[in-house]
Design a protein around this ligand. Structure first.
Ligand code: SAM
Length: 263
C-alpha cells in the first residue's frame, strides 16, 4: 500500500483480515441501525461494515485517505472529513432514522480517552462501542477493583458500560507496526444506570483517586470526614482504605448518602 502514514494522526492501519472480521462481527447491526466509525483510515473496517447494509457514518481527519474512502460512499454510507472531537454528532445524525446505534473504531491512540469521553458527554444513545486501543489502556478500562490498573477512568466507564476485553491484537498486524500490542474491547451500555447526581459522583470518584497511593482520608480531606467515615463503615470500609477497593456501585452509594440524594 502506497500511503504517506502520519504519526501525528496515530495512523496504524490493520492488515489482518481475520482480525478485521472478528472486530466487525462484534457489531450486531441490522439494516435499520446506525453505525458510527471513528478513524476509518483506508477503510479496512468500513468496507466490511457495509455488509450489514446499515446506515454508516465514518469520521476521518486525513484527506489523503480520500482515494480509499470516497468510493465507499453511497446512499447509506457517508464519510465526514473532520476532527471527530470537534463534531456535533447529534446534529450530524439528526436526519437519520435508526433503531440502534453502534460505534466502532480502531482508534488513534493519542486521543483514546477524549474520544470515549466525548461519546459519553454527547449523550448519544449508543448501545455498544467496539474499539481497538492500546493493550495497557484496555487493561485499565476493564480492570477489577484492587488491581493496580483500576482507576477513576475505570469507575467512570463502568458506570455507563459493561466492559469486556474481546481479543489481544499483536502489533505485527498493523502497518506501520506500532510499539505496543493492542486490544479490542466492547462497551455494552447498561440498561438501568444507577440513579445518582452524575457530576457529584464523578467529582467524588476523581477526588478519591487523586493521589493513587494515598488513602481516602488523605484524598477526601475537603469533605466532611466524620460523615464520610460513617457512610464508609456502613458498607464495610474505612477512611484508611484506598479508592481502588471501591466498586462503581459503592461510589454511587457514597455519593447518594453524602449528598442526601433521594432515589
Ligand atoms: N480504521 C483504520 C484501520 O483499522 O486500518 C485506521 C485506524 S488508525 C489507528 C486511526 C485513524 O484515525 C487514522 O486514519 C487517522 O487519520 C484517524 N484520525 C486521527 N485523529 C482523528 C480525529 N481527531 N478525527 C477523526 N479521525 C482521526
Amino acid at each position: 500500500m502506497k500511503f504517506n502514514f502520519k504519526k501525528k494522526f496515530g495512523q496504524n492501519f490493520l492488515t489482518d483480515n481475520n482480525v478485521i472480521d472478528i472486530i466487525v462481527g462484534l457489531i450486531p447491526a441490522k439494516e435499520n441501525d446506525l453505525i458510527i466509525e471513528v478513524g476509518p483510515g483506508a477503510g479496512a473496517l468500513t468496507k466490511k461494515l457495509k455488509k450489514y447494509n446499515a446506515n454508516l457514518i465514518a469520521y476521518e481527519i486525513d484527506h489523503d485517505t480520500e482515494d480509499y474512502l470516497l468510493p465507499l460512499q453511497d446512499d447509506k454510507t457517508r464519510i465526514i472529513y473532520d476532527d471527530f472531537l470537534k463534531r456535533d454528532i447529534k446534529n450530524d445524525i439528526k436526519d437519520i432514522k435508526y433503531d440502534t446505534l453502534y460505534i466502532i473504531g480502531n482508534l488513534p491512540y493519542y486521543i483514546t480517552t477524549p474520544i470515549i469521553t466525548n461519546i459519553i458527554n454527547s449523550g448519544l444513545d449508543v448501545k455498544k462501542i467496539v474499539i481497538m486501543i492500546q493493550k495497557e489502556v484496555a487493561d485499565r478500562f476493564s480492570a477489577r477493583p484492587n488491581s493496580k490498573e483500576y482507576g477513576s477512568i475505570t469507575v467512570f466507564l463502568n458506570y455507563f458500560f459493561n466492559i469486556k476485553k474481546e481479543l489481544i491484537v499483536s502489533k505485527k498486524k498493523f502497518n506501520p507496526m506500532p510499539n505496543v500490542d493492542s486490544a479490542v474491547i466492547s462497551l455494552n451500555r447498561r440498561e438501568d444506570l444507577e440513579p445518582t447526581d452524575f457530576d457529584k459522583f464523578n467529582k467524588l470518584v476523581k477526588d478519591s483517586f487523586q493521589f493513587k497511593r494515598k488513602n481516602l482520608r488523605n484524598n477526601l480531606r475537603s469533605y466532611d470526614l466524620d460523615k464520610m467515615e460513617e457512610i464508609l463503615e456502613s458498607i464495610g470500609f474505612t477512611l484508611n482504605d484506598r479508592a481502588e477497593t471501591l466498586t462503581y456501585e459503592d461510589f454511587v452509594f457514597i455519593t447518594n448518602e453524602y449528598y442526601d440524594i433521594k432515589i
